[in-house]
Structure formats: structure tokens, C-alpha cells
Design a binder for this molecule. Structure first.
Ligand code: KG4
Ligand code: ZN
Length: 340
């Protein structure tokens, strides 16, 4: 085996067309993201058909740029890693088809990567010393999972959301408050100016499942609060509302994550996914870990949200395990965590 392994990562599961070159699973040589946010914002959310078309338009240029910035050629690449699920099927297919074509033409191995495994692997880029096992809270637009990362690419699910994902709740509340799409970062920003105790919103509990999450009750409580204010003509302090909503979300995420680490005997807690870019969540998890004497890890904000460096990092570990995909690799929109 060569001393250094270079993986080209490709990500197109939602509204970012991304490509990256990562050395030995940890060192990012380039990380190019072509965001479609401006276009989807016009429609108030991601339009799948438009996302697919824009991926087709942008993917070759994004890959070319990733190689150029990394100062590598296709010949230097050891394997091509691509997200094959979960995500929007048409969007995923663009990346998967591109990766298959490159793999065939260049005679380089193809590695299909689970998008959420990629999010977790962003931590390996940020924390070069981090190794499994550890507890990880995965909070994205589509997933809220509390897992034990047993090994690279091997997860035991301890808890999950039984309704909305945390990011979904953020986006819906943002829309109700009139902040628009994408909501998470906007609620985060406004929450910093508000009082987190202004409104006591409910913290959802799932009966007999202490590690599961529920956000639908909280979301309804926020919507009811807004409707009530509209009906009675009262004005709403948006900053207080965002801060109070965020406080309820963060509390339920942090509480379960710390309890899980304690019960299962782990002293390292990591976070992954778009919502782990949230400033309130980062501060609260840091503080809780400091109290317990745990190590707290999370990626830089740009590595929390969708990117291809995380896919290359996860792809590196799959490649080293010999998990190579064949030319029949297909997009799997509802791929479950832990499935291949
Ligand atoms: O991981 P991600 O980029 O895409 C998925 O795989 O879903 O996560 C996107 C989600 C969106 O719901 C977005 O509103 C949320 O992450 N998000 C945030 C923040 N940044 C992104 N939520 C709260 N605070 C943030 N700063
Ligand atoms: Zn994602």
C-alpha cells in the first residue's frame, strides 16, 4: 500500500454540489462547495428538480476546481468516494453517475458513502487525534440520532427523533417567524439577542424511551404562540421567541447526549450535522462536557453543513476496510444509518 492515500470526495445529496480532496482521511487539501441556496430561497425551500439540474450543470467544474486547489491530478487520486444516500434521489444520482463514470474511465476504485457517516467523519478532520469509540449526536435537516461510534463507519443507535429532525424544527419555526429559508442559521443569529427564558416552551419526552427525541410538540407550541399573538393583536418579540425555542431544543439534545455518555461509560462526546453549527448548542454542550470532565468535539461550521471533505474522510476509512463499490452502485434515497 502507498504511504499516502488521496481520496476525491463527491457530495450532491441535497442543494450543495461539492467536491474535495482529502489526504489520509484527515487532511483537507481542497473543499469546494457550490451552493444553490440563493435559487432555492426564492421558493422557500429546496426544489428537487432544480437541485438535480444545477448539480448536472456544476459538478464537472466543482471537481476540476477541487483537484486544482489540491494541486493534484486524476492520476494522483487513489479512490473516488461519493454520497449514495440518504437524500434527494435525483440529486444523489448526479453525484453517483459522475463518480461511476470517473471510476470507470480512470480505472480507480469507487466507494459509496453514507451521507450521515460523512457528517460524523467531519470530526476526524477537525480533531486529528479523535478515534472511536465515542458518543455522537447527529443533528441535521433530516436526521436526529444519538449514536455510539463503535468503529469507523460502525454505529449503534441509542436514540432518534420520532418525528421532526432538529434542523427541520428550526426551518419550520424560522418560516413561521418570517425569517425565510434556510432557517437554522437565522434563528441562531436572532436567538443571541433574545431572552431564552422569555417563553417556557415544552421539552418533549418520549414515553419509555429516554434517549429518543420529539420536536413536534415544541413546534406546535411555537406555532400556537404565534397564532395566539396574531389573533389578540399582541406583538411578538422574535428574538425572545427564537431564544426560547432554541433553549428548549438545545436542552433536550444536551441532556440526552450527556446521559448517554455517562450510562455507556464514554468520556468523549462529538456532534455532527448542520445543527451542530448552532452557537447555542455548541456553548451548552461544551459547558455540560466541562462539568462532567468529558472531551467535547465538533467540526468547524463549514464542515458541519454539507460538504465533500467529510465524504472523502468517511470514504478513506471504507476504502481502507476494503469496502469498494461496484458499477451497480445506485442512489438510495432512504438509506438507513448502519446499512450499506
Ligand atoms: O447537515 P445539513 O447541512 O444537511 C442535511 O444533511 O440535512 O443540515 C442542514 C440543516 C438545516 O435544517 C439548517 O437549518 C440547519 O441544518 N442548520 C442550523 C444551523 N446551520 C444549519 N440549525 C441551527 N443553527 C445553525 N447555525
Ligand atoms: Zn447533511
Amino acid at each position: 500500500m502507498k504511504e499516502d492515500i488521496y481520496i476525491l470526495g463527491i457530495e450532491s445529496s441535497c442543494d450543495e454540489t461539492a467536491a474535495a480532496v482529502v489526504k489520509n482521511g484527515r487532511e483537507v487539501l481542497s473543499n469546494i462547495i457550490s451552493s444553490q441556496i440563493d435559487i432555492h430561497t426564492i421558493y422557500g425551500g429546496v426544489v428537487p428538480e432544480i437541485a438535480s439540474r444545477l448539480h448536472v450543470q456544476n459538478i464537472n467544474g466543482v471537481i476540476r476546481l477541487a483537484l486544482k486547489e489540491a494541486k493534484k491530478s486524476f492520476e494522483d487520486i487513489d479512490a473516488i468516494a461519493v454520497t449514495y444516500g440518504p437524500g434527494l434521489v435525483g440529486a444523489l444520482l448526479v453525484g453517483v453517475s459522475e463518480a461511476k463514470a470517473l471510476s470507470y474511465a480512470l480505472k480507480k476504485p469507487l466507494v459509496g458513502v453514507h451521507h450521515i457517516e460523512g457528517h460524523v467523519a467531519a470530526n476526524f478532520i477537525e480533531h486529528r487525534e479523535l478515534e472511536p469509540p465515542f458518543v455522537c449526536l447527529i443533528v441535521s435537516g433530516g436526521h436526529t440520532h444519538l449514536v455510539i461510534v463503535k468503529d469507523y463507519g460502525s454505529f449503534e443507535i441509542i436514540g432518534r427523533s420520532c418525528d421532526d429532525a432538529a434542523g427541520e424544527a428550526y426551518d419550520k419555526v424560522a418560516r413561521a417567524v418570517g425569517l425565510g429559508y434556510p432557517g437554522g442559521p437565522k434563528v441562531d443569529k436572532l436567538a443571541r439577542e433574545g431572552n431564552p427564558h422569555a417563553v417556557e416552551f415544552p421539552r418533549g419526552e418520549v414515553k419509555n424511551s429516554p434517549y429518543d427525541f420529539t420536536f413536534s410538540g415544541l413546534k406546535s407550541a411555537v406555532l400556537n404562540y404565534i397564532n395566539h399573538a396574531n389573533m389578540t393583536g399582541e406583538s411578538i418579540d422574535k428574538a425572545d421567541l427564537c431564544a426560547s425555542f432554541q433553549n428548549a431544543v438545545v436542552e433536550s439534545l444536551v441532556e440526552r447526549t450527556i446521559a448517554c455518555a455517562k450510562e455507556f461509560g464514554f468520556e468523549t462526546v462529538a456532534m455532527a450535522g448542520g445543527v451542530s453549527a448552532n452557537s447555542g448548542l455548541r456553548a451548552a454542550m461544551e459547558e455540560a462536557c466541562r462539568r462532567e470532565g468529558f472531551k467535547c468535539c465538533y467540526p468547524a461550521p463549514g464542515l458541519c453543513t454539507d460538504n465533500a471533505a467529510m465524504i472523502a474522510a468517511a470514504g478513506y476509512y471504507e476504502f481502507m476496510k476494503g469496502n469498494i463499490s461496484d458499477e451497480y452502485l445506485n442512489a438510495v434515497p432512504n438509506l438507513k444509518l448502519g446499512e450499506r
